[in-house]
Design a protein around this ligand. Sequence first.
Ligand SMILES: Cc1cc2nc3c(=O)[nH]c(=O)nc-3n(C[C@H](O)[C@H](O)[C@H](O)COP(=O)(O)OP(=O)(O)OC[C@H]3O[C@@H](n4cnc5c(N)ncnc54)[C@H](O)[C@@H]3O)c2cc1C
Ligand code: FES
Length: 276
Amino acid sequence: MNALNPYCPELATVQEVIQETANIRTLRITLNDPGKMRRFAFQPGQVGQLSVFGVGESTFVINSPPTCKDYLQFSIMRVGEVTQRLHQLSAGDPLGVRAPLGNAFPVDAMAGKHILFIAGGIGMAPLRTLLLTLLGERERYGDITLIYGARSPHDLCYRYEFEDWKARGADLVLTVDQEFPGWTERVGFVPTVLSEESPSPHNRIAVVCGPPIMIKFVLFGLKELEFEDHQILTTLEKRMKCGIGICGRCNIGSRYVCVDGPVFNFDQLRHMVPDL
Ligand SMILES: Cc1cc2nc3c(=O)[nH]c(=O)nc-3n(C[C@H](O)[C@H](O)[C@H](O)COP(=O)(O)OP(=O)(O)OC[C@H]3O[C@@H](n4cnc5c(N)ncnc54)[C@H](O)[C@@H]3O)c2cc1C
Ligand code: FES
């Protein structure tokens, strides 16, 4: 972040573009100042504001692991104007970045525990940085399981990395909503697959990210399996403006998603949203 003016983006350049799905692209970017790029530090779960000059700024999770010093990676689903313009960028194009913002996953508190990742669609982006971080210190954690679903095989992000994740010690349970020619993995919605898998809550943390309807039914499923609220983490999407706790745009109750979040456990969320 610019120490003198936190609203001022750092200049950055797109190095590589990866087409993940029909409407999701991954941008690998570097800060133009090599010293700032070298010193840039963040924790899994933190976000950045990407700006397209003359268009606007939007929030995206940094989904490369903090150990990656060559680039910062963001995966962007095209939904409106800023994301459409971000999708038009190619290698060599300029953009602005304000990062890192927000809190992070409690990586140290996860040590010694089994970790269950549950993701839907673009919800895999915030979990990728955490997954790669845990796999980088595999011996610190128990079982690492990922239940990841999307509408079709073509809607799963990072498909080209799945074999590497498995080789590094993650168990993957992949699912799509309907039968698809050539698909040999699971078929069914993520919450259904969760109840089929029935993981024990004993010494386990669940990290959930996906569309609100998926989160709602996954939460029911985890409660049926007797997970406690404090064992369930998620990362919230609430539209942000300043990203630094000043404008008041992103509040839920008395908490600001941009500084108190975006990572919360469900114990905290129930206090913020009593009818959750
Ligand atoms: C903490 C955080 C992390 C995020 N991480 C990612 C990420 O890694 N990848 C990614 O693709 N997106 C992510 N998002 C969502 C992303 O910020 C929005 O999709 C983006 O701002 C839309 O900008 P736009 O100008 O293209 O769309 P707009 O024209 O502003 O909006 C288009 C449509 O999307 C809806 N929308 C816009 N922003 C949000 C939002 N934050 N939550 C729910 N609905 C929204 C609008 O209501 C509208 O219907 C994140 C958001 C937050 C707050
Ligand atoms: S985005 Fe301004 S207070 Fe959170």
